[in-house]
Design a protein around this ligand. Structure first.
Ligand code: SAM
Length: 231
C-alpha cells in the first residue's frame, strides 16, 4: 500500500483536505495510508524546544538537526525504501513526471519545515531531497506536503473514477489540456464549439489537440520550445 509519512510540528493538519473527496474515499478503502509524526514530541527540555537561533545571527529561528533526526529515526525504519523529501522553496520544482514516479513507488517520507527552515546538516545526514512546489514562500511545509501527496494519490490505481481522465490531463503529454464544456448548450450567449457536438470523434480529437497546442504556446511556451510534444 502507498504510504505517506509526514514529519511536522502540526500533525493535526493531516489528512486535512486529503480526507475528503476521491483521496479521502481511497484513504477509507485502504488504497493509501498517511501517518503524521509530531516533531514536537522529540523536542528538548521542559518546553520541548524544536528550534534555536541561527548560527551567524540574523532573524528568525531554525529547526534543530538533532530534534528532526530523532523524529525521523523514531518513525521511519533505517531500511525504509521510500524517498525522503524536504519541502523547501530551494528545492527542485515538483513536476508531473516526478509525481508520476513517486506514485509508482512505495510512498514518501515528507519533512515539513517551519520558521527559517531546517538545519542543513540533518537534510544531508538523513538523505533528504529538497522539493519545491513553486517560486513563492509559504509559512510552513505542511501545505506543500499536502499538494505533493494529493498529486501522487490521485494517480494511484483505484483512486480516480475513469483512469483515462488522468492520461489526457495537463502535463501528461507535455501540453496543457484543451478546454472543457458541458451543458447548457448556450451560456450567456456563448456556444459550445460546434465540432464538439458533431459526433465526429476524429475531428474532435484533432480540435482538442490543436487547442492544447494553442493554449500551451500562448501560456507556457517553455513547454513547447523544442517543438510540440508527442501525443
Ligand atoms: N527561509 C526559507 C527560504 O527563504 O528559503 C523559507 C522558510 S519558509 C518560511 C518555512 C518552510 O515552509 C520551509 O522550511 C519549507 O518547509 C516550507 N516552504 C515554504 N515555501 C515552500 C515552497 N515553495 N515549496 C515547498 N516548501 C515550502
Amino acid at each position: 500500500m502507498w504510504r505517506a509519512t509526514v514529519l511536522t510540528l502540526f500533525p493535526e493538519m493531516f489528512p486535512g483536505p486529503l480526507g475528503l473527496s476521491l483521496a479521502g474515499e481511497a484513504l477509507g478503502r485502504g488504497v493509501w495510508e498517511i501517518e503524521a509524526a509530531d516533531i514536537r514530541r522529540h523536542g528538548l527540555g521542559r518546553h520541548r524546544a524544536v528550534d534555536d537561533t541561527p548560527a551567524g545571527g540574523g532573524a528568525g529561528m531554525v529547526m534543530r538537526a538533532d530534534v528532526v533526526a530523532a523524529c525521523l529515526d523514531a518513525t521511519v525504519p533505517a531500511g525504509d525504501p521510500r524517498p525522503r523529501l524536504y519541502m523547501s522553496p530551494r528545492g527542485a520544482p515538483l513536476t508531473q513526471g516526478r509525481v508520476r514516479s513517486l506514485g509508482h513507488g512505495a510512498g514518501v517520507v515528507v519533512l515539513c519545515g517551519r520558521y527559517e527552515g531546517v538545519d542543513e546538516r540533518v537534510v544531508a545526514a538523513r538523505g533528504f531531497e529538497e522539493v519545491s512546489i513553486g517560486d513563492y514562500v509559504l509559512s510552513g511545509g505542511e501545505l506543500a506536503a499536502l499538494v505533493l501527496i494529493d498529486a501522487c494519490v490521485r494517480l494511484l490505481p483505484g483512486v480516480m473514477g475513469a483512469a483515462a481522465s488522468g492520461l489526457e490531463e495537463s502535463f501528461e503529454n507535455g501540453l496543457l489540456e484543451y478546454p472543457h464544456y458541458t451543458r447548457p448548450r448556450q451560456f450567456e450567449g456563448r456556444d459550445i464549439p460546434a465540432v464538439l457536438l458533431s459526433g465526429d470523434h476524429g475531428k474532435i480529437a484533432a480540435w482538442r489537440r490543436a487547442e492544447a497546442l494553442r493554449l500551451t504556446r500562448e501560456r507556457r511556451p517553455d513547454l513547447v520550445k523544442d517543438g510540440p510534444a508527442l501525443v
